[in-house]
Design a protein around this ligand. Structure first.
Ligand SMILES: NC(=O)c1ccc[n+]([C@@H]2O[C@H](COP(=O)([O-])OP(=O)(O)OC[C@H]3O[C@@H](n4cnc5c(N)ncnc54)[C@H](OP(=O)(O)O)[C@@H]3O)[C@@H](O)[C@H]2O)c1
Length: 314
């Protein structure tokens, strides 16, 4: 889509946050553009809320790129109401939540398109903003624990347990009946305890190397945290990295290490939704901002101190 096409003022237009060059928050623009047209297998969703993830500002900065021309849409997490569907897809009028496939964003807008297979019914006990907080972060946590083969009785360490991915990971790990340790800053240790973490660990002061070795470490931070994680694992243990590829320079024998890249999965979201509706999993939303404050949401996310999730309400 060319920029001129985007600004065509047709009868059917919608608000959308887009950007036309890579850069800081100031490149985000709230514009009017044409409604998207679903491709084969895709549904059209009226977006009630869009979740904010670190990948959003990484995409805006150009660290995560797509091959589509500018202007590019923004965001991957949505909760909303189905306005157009496909055979076998959800009903028109149904409340759903889901994750758009990477790398093409397009959630910070009144209407979005995504594969029917990427959505599930919105958990009944969640508001739209709470539901929009779930898909990408919860699927990442789910797929990371699945990749690690987490099973009851194992010792699991989750770094940044109070963050978007972390707060889901600790609760899923708890649900799998593993023994959960999680790092956080001091102000978040009580929050972690409330999520069922057995050993909340102050990331500024804790000496994790002195702890009993872990079977699984989820690295949600990267850099020195990934490097230190190898030596926290028992021989045969598994390191899962999320922000960065595995750094082979620090690789240790007898440790399995791999990076997980999240993929949309409506069926997993259905199962996650059941856990949420049963009360087993809590969704923490730090703030809901209006769409016009997308740039502020990016600034807050990049600053790194968000507990749970940030969401844009439409
Ligand atoms: N590979 C994938 O598919 C994938 C998917 C999702 C996310 N990710 C990546 O994984 C990372 C985490 O994502 P997220 O959504 O959980 O992020 P997030 O919600 O922004 O994480 C925020 C949390 O990180 C903690 N934190 C901030 N700086 C830290 C540091 N230097 N050391 C340790 N903890 C720190 C903070 O907790 P405290 O203040 O309590 O420490 C905060 O609660 C991001 O880099 C993201 O891009 C990758």
């Amino acid at each position: 889509m060319r920029r001129d096409d985007f600004y065509t003022t047709g009868a059917a237009s919608m608000r959308a946050v887009v950007f036309s060059r890579y850069g800081d928050e100031s490149v985000l623009e709230l514009t009017e553009g044409p409604e998207p047209t679903p491709a084969d297998g895709e549904i059209l969703v009226e977006v009630k809320a869009a979740g904010v993830n670190p990948v959003d500002w990484k995409h805006r900065e150009g660290a995560v790129r797509s091959d589509r021309p500018f202007p590019l849409g923004m965001g991957w997490d949505v909760a909303g109401v189905v306005r157009g569907t496909v055979p076998g897809g959800p009903e028109v009028g149904e409340a759903v939540y889901g994750m758009l496939p990477l790398p093409y964003g397009g959630a910070y807008q009144d209407l979005c398109v995504l594969p029917a297979s990427a959505v599930a019914p919105k958990p009944a006990r969640l508001s739209y903003p709470e539901a929009a907080a779930v898909p990408l972060a919860a699927l990442t946590a789910w797929q990371a624990l699945e990749a690690a083969g987490a099973t009851a009785g194992q010792r699991v360490l989750v770094h940044a347990g109070a963050g978007g991915v972390g707060h889901f990971a600790v609760q899923f790990a708890r649900h799998l009946e593993t023994h959960v340790t999680a790092t956080a800053s001091a102000r978040n240790l009580e929050f972690l305890r409330g999520l069922g973490v057995h050993e909340p660990s102050d990331r500024a002061t804790a000496d994790l190397a002195a702890a009993e070795p872990f079977d699984i470490v989820l690295d949600t931070v990267g850099g020195p945290v990934q490097h230190a994680s190898w030596r926290l694992l028992r021989p045969g243990g598994t390191l899962i990295t999320l922000p960065e590829p595995v750094d082979d320079a620090h690789r240790l024998p007898h440790i399995t290490a791999r990076r997980v890249i999240v993929t949309p999965d409506g069926e997993a979201l259905r199962r996650i939704g059941a856990l949420i509706d049963s009360g087993a999993v809590h969704v923490e939303v730090q703030s809901v901002l209006p769409l016009r404050m997308a740039a502020e949401a990016h600034r807050m996310s990049k600053e790194g101190g968000v507990r749970g999730k940030l969401v844009l309400g439409l």
